[in-house]
Design a protein around this ligand. Sequence first.
Ligand SMILES: [Ca+2]
Ligand SMILES: [Ca+2]
Ligand SMILES: [Ca+2]
Ligand SMILES: [Ca+2]
Length: 457
Amino acid sequence: MSENFFKTILNFYKKFISKLNPKLKKMKKLIFLLFISLISTSVFAQLRLDENFNYTVGDSLTAHGWVANTGGITNRLVVAATGLTYAGYPLSGIGGSTVVGSIGQDVYKVLSNNDSSGSVYCSFMVKVDSAKTGDYFLALLQTGSTSFYEGRVQVRSIDGTGNLSFGITKGNSSTDTTVANIWTPHSYTKGVTYLLVLKYTFIPGLANDAVSLFVFSSGLPAVEPAPTVGPISAYVSADATSIGRVAIRQGTTSKAPYLTLDGIRVANTWFSTVASVKMIVQGLYLASGVHSVADFAVLNVRAGTSPYAIIETSTATINPTTLVASFTLSNSLPSASYYLDTRYRILTSDRNAIDVYSAAPLPMGAYSGGAYDFTTSLAQAFMSNQVATFTKFGRYSGDVNQDGIIDGSDLNDVDNGVAAGASGYLNIDLTGDDFVDGGDLALVENNVAIGPVYITP
Ligand SMILES: [Ca+2]
Ligand SMILES: [Ca+2]
Ligand SMILES: [Ca+2]
Ligand SMILES: [Ca+2]
């Protein structure tokens, strides 16, 4: 196609837009008003359980969502007055705790999700007052089960010093305790509060899921470190079909510890604060439901109220297959409702999309992580400011000069690029193939006819 051909088209569009754009803008406003009643939000949902024992002292745990499954009411587990503290742990010092001994009531609590892939992390504070030859006091439970304890945290004291050794087994096989390297050294002290993290990792295949244990004396790394024990896959016990419960166990008197337990948290991520945002860029999106290339996005976490100040900014790659960008935020993000202001590409000079805000402010906070999906409907974006692309919804491509509207000036820029045979990581390449050609021009042409504009709260 010749340069003259595109210039003819460009001139046509310039006239077309100058005449029709005001009318189209009015139509867009009507469409927005229709969609405003349909605005929906996704729930942040990676946290499976938070238990601070922040209840009336002396209450049975069974009055607060825990279910007694063995041991009847013998040595009933109750809310103890003094909560445990551990500097930097988000559940430190909230409410009371519970005291775990031997021979008595065992309880479990149902998690908010049944995980069957990835990893499940269960963290808690523990202060051990006495320990014997070793028994487990906390475990994850297979969904729906009261007997398939999967990932069992143990403590013992057998070296004669009186110090403690923490350990981990997986399932119901008695041979689990004979697997090598499942115990820490006796390097922990009675009466001291430690932060422990049990990790259960699903691995495809039978009897091979891995368990790990992290023991911290101080601090809480923002990035997952190597575990203190494990990961161990050598157990012969059956794998969990899924993990749906967490359990507190009072073991055999000859083996079991006496300890205080508090701040139980179950999640499917480490302690980072991650916003997982699913998004489509029109120019990159293919009929097969994927992006043509991996490319960057920026998330501005903005205050939910005017003037919508930027609280944090993070950059991530949009996975071309999952369409998810995982933005790491700080672990000091205050709990509040925030707008997600999302941008395609990092530098303004490289950008070419009409970027979008979440439909409404979303509750977020440190360690809660979460997910938001822009692709399920137009209304996932603020004022429904997205475009239908195949069966999904994404941001308009074509605002190559980033002045907040796709119009003739953008078409002109792309047209010039076509004429010059421009290539590279350029704002005027909308399809992400590093070439500026008729495909890019056609996309801008279509969108100029619609005249999308950048819309903010
Ligand atoms: Ca507590
Ligand atoms: Ca497995
Ligand atoms: Ca523009
Ligand atoms: Ca291109």
